[in-house]
Write a protein that binds this ligand. Structure first.
Ligand code: DGY
Length: 322
């Protein structure tokens, strides 16, 4: 029986690519450039499966016409870059990679929180620029983290892992908003307490960290009104998805001193990062590094392998989202 023909849209860790090559008839994107929508639409017509990442766009238009592909094995937990309804309408199964990137993404949120609070980015730039004049009592004064309140929006796996770090690692009070009610005993395991609304969380928090999915339901959840509802002097951390924050409103809030600073790993139009953000000292900007560790990227790849192997063997893929 011929091996299923699959297309991988970007280069993956070499150990995972080797396993894919053993099991499938694989087309690799050897140049590792993001594929156009047309090229992805072609791949859906010519392959039994396509393995995209967050750097690809799969709007409804790529699913038009005949599609040979029966599965999208997404390399990543978030899948707001795929029009799920359109994929479903074509009978295409979609899988993701939950669990294996939880700790590393929570670590990046913690890194952003600490870096923005203690002005780590600014300090590094000063030292590298040869501009540091030496220690003095008033130099580059930041914000103490211990004892502060962090507000988490979205109490899924990553939100919980972040809460645990904040409370048990850094002595912070943790409150959170989550769409569904979380058992208080479960919340307490992470040192956290649920509040009824996003606004309740914003009103109390010195740091607000976003851990909800992207896509239509949370688009611009942090808009001008919600940024204004944050405590004066508070900081925003975003490791979720760029579209959860209205970037124009965020820039205005930072410029107007409505909030004190922001730590961002994700952006509305990645890899574009607005010039005005790049020019601000009170923001820390990372290039979507949440899951970027050797261990996690290998594990994400192996999860995709497990999902598509199960699918092509006629079993239910373990991480099916549609
Ligand atoms: C994810 O898994 O969603 C990360 O953002 C990388 O895709």
């Amino acid at each position: 029986m011929p091996r299923p023909k699959i297309l991988v849209t970007r280069r993956w860790p070499s150990a995972v690519e080797a396993v894919l090559s053993e099991r499938f008839d694989v087309t690799f994107n050897t140049g590792d450039q993001p594929m156009s929508a047309e090229a992805i639409a072609d791949a859906l017509r010519s392959h039994n499966g396509v393995l995209p990442t967050v750097s690809d766009k799969l709007p409804a238009s790529v699913f038009e016409g005949e599609t040979r592909a029966r599965i999208l094995g997404n390399f990543g937990v978030g899948y707001n870059h795929i029009d799920i309804a359109a994929a479903k309408a074509k009978g295409i199964v979609v899988t993701n990679t939950p669990g294996v990137l939880t700790d590393c993404t929570a670590d990046i949120a913690m890194l952003l929180l600490l870096t923005i609070a203690r002005r780590g980015g600014e300090g590094e730039r000063q030292v590298r620029g040869g501009e540091w004049k030496g220690w003095c009592p008033t130099h580059m004064i930041g914000t103490k983290v211990t004892g502060k309140t962090v507000g988490i929006i979205g109490f899924g796996r990553i939100g919980k892992a972040f809460a645990q770090r904040c409370h048990f690692g850094f002595g912070m009070d943790v409150v959170f908003y989550n769409r569904s009610v979380v058992d208080p005993a479960e919340a307490a395991r992470y040192g956290a307490r649920q509040l009824p609304t996003v606004e309740d969380v914003l009103a109390m928090s010195d740091f607000v960290s976003l851990h909800c999915p992207g896509g239509a339901e949370n688009r611009h959840l942090m808009n001008a009104a919600r940024l204004a509802a944050m405590k004066p002097g508070a900081y925003l951390i975003n490791t979720a998805r760029g579209d959860v924050v209205d970037e124009t409103a965020l820039i205005a809030a930072l410029q107007g001193g409505v909030i004190r600073g922001a730590g961002l790993d994700v952006y509305e139009a990645e890899p574009h990062v607005p010039e005005s953000l790049r020019g601000m000292e009170n923001v820390v900007l990372l290039p979507h590094l949440g899951s970027a560790t050797e261990e996690t990227r290998n594990a994400m790849g192996m999860k995709v392998v497990d999902n598509i192997t199960a699918f092509f063997e006629g079993r239910e893929p373990p991480d099916r989202v549609a």
